[in-house]
Design a protein. Structure first.
Lengths: 70, 194
């Protein structure tokens, strides 16, 4: 039962992780030429958001797992 | 001519002070970043100080954490959509996306509570418990504050406080929410991936 729940969680994490990555990447591309201090911060944060999505996907696949993690 | 000049004064004031307000908010975010950084480096120092970390400690649920993280990162994307729709003058879509952001933020907090229930460790159980609860709790508090912040922004937008040309408050709210997302990228990495 717990294994099934974990599988569902991993599947959802991978699926929505890909969605978030694509959305963040497209938003970053669209905002790339925008100016102003807040847009520079937005670009940095969208990049980190895309990175976070990749990390979430890799964790869900079991590629990146820390020491104290089940 | 003089009348026109007076009529445009609020707009000029808005333009002149907008950058300052954003810079002030960024300074606040930097101070918050320093707070998180001090706790993060304390955790990393303790972890690497040769105590056999985290032998015998609780096992964190990576599947739940990965899904929960994606929920929070997704809320960053929905908040971005909310602001973009406001910039393009689409109020109803703005409202939908900001409500979605609030729901996803609440979903993340619920996932965090589930993690706390199932982790099988307490704050007083040792350095790991203290670090984990302090950092994730502090972050959770920021998410909770962010949910209230976004709710207030939505109510203010409904009341007509912002226009489609004057929306610095909404920009700052989006910056704050992205900041909360980015902090979680770091916390997720150090607790679950290292």
């Amino acid at each position: 039962m717990e294994a099934n729940i974990a599988l569902v969680e991993r599947t959802l994490a991978v699926f929505f992780g890909v969605v978030v990555f694509v959305v963040a990447a497209i938003a970053l591309k669209n905002d790339w030429k925008s100016e102003g201090i807040e847009n520079q911060v937005f670009k940095l944060m969208l990049g980190l958001l895309a990175l976070g999505a990749v990390l979430g996907i890799l964790a869900a696949f079991g590629v990146l797992i820390g020491k104290g993690v089940a | 001519m003089a009348v026109a000049s007076v009529a445009h004064q609020p707009d000029q004031l808005y333009v002149e002070t907008r950058e300052l307000r954003i810079q002030g908010f960024l300074l606040f975010m930097v101070s918050d970043l320093v707070l998180f950084s001090s706790f993060i480096f304390a955790y990393l120092y303790l972890r690497n100080s040769g105590q056999g970390w985290p032998a015998g400690g609780p096992k964190l649920d990576i599947a739940l954490a990965a899904l929960n993280s994606i929920v929070l990162f997704g809320s960053g994307a929905t908040m971005h959509f909310a602001l973009e729709n406001w910039k393009h003058g689409n109020f109803s879509k703005f409202a939908n996306w900001i409500v979605m952001t609030i729901i996803l933020g609440a979903g993340f907090l619920s996932g965090q509570v589930m993690e706390y229930i199932h982790i099988g460790a307490r704050w007083s159980d040792g350095i790991f418990g203290a670090s984990f609860y302090t950092l994730t709790g502090m972050h959770g508090l920021h998410v909770f504050a962010g949910i209230i912040y976004l709710t207030v922004l939505l109510l203010q937008a409904l009341q007509g406080k912002y226009t489609f040309t004057k929306y610095t408050g909404l920009t700052l709210g989006t910056l704050y929410w992205h900041f909360v997302d980015v902090i979680w990228v770091v916390l997720f990495s150090i607790f679950y991936l290292l």
